[in-house]
Design a protein around this ligand. Structure first.
Ligand code: PMP
Length: 398
C-alpha cells in the first residue's frame, strides 16, 4: 500500500517544485500538529488561513450549525440567506459609508476579477493600472495585472491595456489617465516583501483617480481583518477606495471572498443587458457563517490591537547581527536577513518546528504573520527561538 506521502507526490498536483509535504493531522490556535506527533508554529496564517487561529471553537460551532441548517440553495444572489445578510450588515457597519454593499465570491482571485469587471462596466473604459511586484491572484484577469512580466509569460495573451507603475513613486501617477477604468493596488504590498507606502503617496493616488475618473480598487486580501493593526489597511492613510477586495482571513479558515463598493456602483453588475458576475457558490452560507463568527471575534477580542502589541514584541526582539531590517505594520512583518539563503533557512526552520511561507518577489526576507490570537508569551518564545535558529543556521553554513 502506498503511503500518504507517496500518494501526495503521485496524484496530488503541486504548485511548488519542492513542497514541504508535512502531513498535518490537526491544528489549533497558532499550532499545527503533524501525523507523527510533531508540533509546528504557524507563521503563515496571515497569508492563507485565519486571523482568529485554527479551529477557533466559535468558528467551528458556526460552521457546524449552519451546515446542519442548509448548505446551498441556488446560484448566488437569488435567495435571502441569513449568514450573508448578517455578515454584510456587520462588515459594512465597520467601513466608510460608501463601502456599503458586498458582492460575495469564492476566493481572492475571483474578487479581483469581479472588481475589475465592475470598474470596466461602470466607467466604460478598459485600461487597468497596477504595480510592479504586486500579486492579485492566479486567474487570467488577476494574472494579467501580476507585477512581474516573466512569471506570466507562459500564459499570454492576457488582458490588453494593462500599465504597471513602480509602487510609492508619485511621479508615475500621471500615467493614470482618462483611459483608465481602475487602479488595482495593495495598501501594503505583500508578496513584494511587505512594502508600506507613504501616506502622502496613497492620498495622491486617490486624488489622481478622482481627477481622471478612474476607480480605485484596494486589494485587502492579505492586509484585511486586523492584520496590519487596523481593521483594514487603507485606514492607515485615511483613504477610502471605490472598491475593496477581501478574502483569505475573511472566512476564518473557510473559502470565501468578496468585493465591496457603493450600492449605486454595485448595481452596474445587474444582468441588464450584459451578464453581471455570476457565481454558483459565492457567499456559501457555511462560509458566511464562519466569516461572521470570525469578524465578531476580531472585533470583540480587539485583535487589531493585539496585532500592534505582538508586532511590537517581534520588532523589539528580532535583533541579530544578520537581521538587517524588520518592516511592516501590525503583525504583518518582513525580516530582512543579510547573506542568508532564505529558502534554505525556511526548510531549516520547518525541521525545527516553525513554518514560513516565502515571498513571491523577495528572497531576502521572511514573513511573520501568525494568527492574531497569539499571546505575548508565545510571541516572545517564538522570537527567541527564531534568533536561535538564525544563529544555528548561520553557524552551520559558514
Ligand atoms: N491578492 C493578494 C494580495 C493575495 O495575497 C492573494 C493570494 N495570495 C490573492 C489576491 C488571490 O487570492 P486567492 O488565492 O484566494 O485567489
Amino acid at each position: 500500500m502506498l503511503s500518504h506521502r507517496q500518494l501526495f507526490f503521485e496524484h496530488v498536483a503541486q504548485t511548488s517544485t519542492d513542497p514541504l509535504a508535512l502531513e498535518i493531522e490537526s491544528a489549533e490556535g497558532i499550532y499545527l500538529y503533524a501525523s507523527d506527533g510533531k508540533k509546528y508554529v504557524d507563521l503563515v496564517s496571515g497569508v492563507s488561513v485565519s486571523n482568529v487561529g485554527h479551529a477557533h471553537p466559535e468558528v467551528v460551532k458556526a460552521v457546524q450549525n449552519q451546515a446542519a441548517k442548509h448548505m446551498h440553495l441556488m446560484v448566488y444572489g437569488e435567495m435571502i440567506q441569513s449568514p450573508q445578510v448578517r455578515y454584510a450588515e456587520l462588515l459594512t457597519s465597520e467601513l466608510a459609508a460608501q463601502l456599503n454593499t458586498v458582492y460575495y465570491v469564492n476566493s481572492g482571485s475571483e474578487a479581483i476579477e469581479g472588481a475589475m469587471k465592475l470598474a470596466k462596466r461602470a466607467t466604460g473604459r478598459s485600461g487597468v493600472v497596477a504595480f510592479r511586484n504586486a500579486y492579485h491572484g492566479g486567474t487570467q484577469g488577476a494574472l494579467s495585472i501580476l507585477g512581474d512580466e516573466v512569471l506570466k509569460n507562459a500564459f499570454r495573451p492576457l488582458l490588453p491595456g494593462i500599465t504597471h507603475l513602480n509602487f510609492n513613486v508619485p511621479e508615475e501617477l500621471s500615467k493614470i489617465d482618462k483611459t483608465t477604468a481602475c487602479v488595482v493596488v495593495e495598501p501594503v504590498q505583500a508578496e513584494a516583501g511587505i512594502i508600506v507606502p507613504d501616506t502622502s503617496y496613497m492620498q495622491q493616488l486617490r486624488a489622481r483617480c478622482d481627477e481622471v475618473g478612474a476607480l480605485l480598487i484596494f486589494d485587502e486580501i492579505q492586509t484585511g481583518f486586523g492584520r496590519t493593526g487596523k481593521l483594514f489597511a487603507h485606514e492607515h492613510y485615511d483613504v477610502v477606495p471605490d472598491i475593496m477586495t477581501i478574502a483569505k482571513s475573511m472566512g476564518g479558515g473557510m473559502p470565501i471572498g468578496a468585493f465591496v463598493a457603493d450600492k449605486q456602483l454595485m448595481n452596474q453588475l445587474t444582468y441588464n443587458p450584459a451578464l453581471g458576475h455570476i457565481t454558483t457558490f459565492g457567499g456559501h452560507p457555511v462560509s458566511c457563517a464562519a466569516a461572521l463568527a470570525s469578524l465578531e471575534i476580531i472585533l470583540r477580542d480587539e485583535l487589531t490591537q493585539r496585532a500592534n502589541e505582538v508586532g511590537d514584541i517581534f520588532r523589539q526582539k528580532m535583533k541579530h547581527p544578520r537581521i538587517k531590517n524588520v518592516r511592516g505594520k501590525g503583525l504583518f512583518l518582513a525580516v530582512d536577513l543579510d547573506d542568508v539563503f532564505i529558502p534554505d533557512f525556511m526548510k531549516y526552520a520547518a525541521e525545527n518546528g516553525i513554518i514560513f511561507d516565502p515571498f513571491l518577489f523577495n528572497s531576502e526576507a521572511f514573513r511573520i504573520a501568525p494568527p492574531l490570537i497569539i499571546s505575548n508569551e508565545q510571541a516572545t518564545e517564538i522570537a527567541e527561538k527564531l534568533l536561535g535558529l538564525i544563529d544555528a543556521f548561520v553557524n552551520k553554513h559558514v
